[in-house]
Design a binder for this molecule. Sequence first.
Ligand SMILES: NC(=O)C1=CN([C@@H]2O[C@H](COP(=O)(O)OP(=O)(O)OC[C@H]3O[C@@H](n4cnc5c(N)ncnc54)[C@H](OP(=O)(O)O)[C@@H]3O)[C@@H](O)[C@H]2O)C=CC1
Ligand SMILES: CC(C)(CO)C(=O)C(=O)O
Length: 307
Amino acid sequence: MKFLVVGAGAVGGYFGGRLAENEQDVTFLVREKRNRQLAETGLIIKSVHGDFSFQPKTILSGDQGAYDVILLSTKAYQIDQALSDIEPYVQDNKVIIPMLNGMDHIHKLKERFSAHQVLGGLCFIESDLSPEGFIIQTSQTHRFVFGEWDGSMPERVRDVEHAFDGSKSDAKASRSIVQDMWEKYLFIAAMSGVTTLFRQPIGPIRKVHESREFLARLFKELESVMRQAYAPLSGHITEKHMQTIDQISYTMKSSMQRDMEKHGNVEADHLHGYLYSMASETGVSVPNLQAVYSNLKLYEKSRESSF
Ligand SMILES: NC(=O)C1=CN([C@@H]2O[C@H](COP(=O)(O)OP(=O)(O)OC[C@H]3O[C@@H](n4cnc5c(N)ncnc54)[C@H](OP(=O)(O)O)[C@@H]3O)[C@@H](O)[C@H]2O)C=CC1
Ligand SMILES: CC(C)(CO)C(=O)C(=O)O
């Protein structure tokens, strides 16, 4: 099975690297700068689960190649270009598995390619790209979940799962990927929302009564928005997510927060803006989401030189 990983960043570099370490046939679709960096240093993973470095196979947009599975791991604000770039590699029976946070990209993928080719996917990992281009993975969880929208388990899904068998990552095919994705979306919208608003890792936020209450209210609010739109969330999901918040490491940050600390672009519209629009459409009152989203929009403005 031949994998094409689109983007060799924090997520794609990690899971693609773990696949390559597991002796799978992996190629990375990258852009010029990352290609030069990888040629110089190789792909270097520094992880609590063990370091790994190797010289990856790479292609640039327009190069020839044929692949069975495309793992899409760009940021949401990079997706339009990425979808154009992968078009030549998406032949009839090929599978695309997105790893991004959120849901909005799924509409784009299904509009662009045949719905049958697009699987659901998500990951739970704390991973960063250092200035030198190293993949730095810092927490115990390194889970990649993917599956068919109808919950079936055909060979193409089992084959992907088998490719990860024995790898240093926790990759699972799911029979409930729609629910899994919405639940992850709920988690990350709240987690990235509070960590960017309060500029703290999760530990201090959950410890201080007021910020903890804010987080719990934000979860409830987002849960209501999603339920109004018939998102298939399990019962007591806010309570379950609050338990996870209490279990994760004190120092854990969201990827959006790390991007903000680097003064980089953030997925504000993709994650929080999308839910904000859903709230407006369904009439759910979202004062806490409004605070989170305003903070992100203000941050985005502050990046403009004219502001
Ligand atoms: N990092 C994390 O801990 C987690 C992230 N996520 C989600 O995963 C997604 C990816 O995030 P993350 O890996 O952190 O982001 P990164 O910025 O680290 O990686 C994205 C990579 O995609 C590359 N890229 C963008 N467009 C293209 C293109 N057209 N062709 C080839 N390469 C391209 C970028 O390369 P270039 O240098 O050329 O721009 C970059 O290396 C996001 O939706 C994020 O929310 C989910 C869970 C955890
Ligand atoms: C939930 C978390 C924090 C880890 O997977 C994440 O998705 C992110 O940082 O983007």
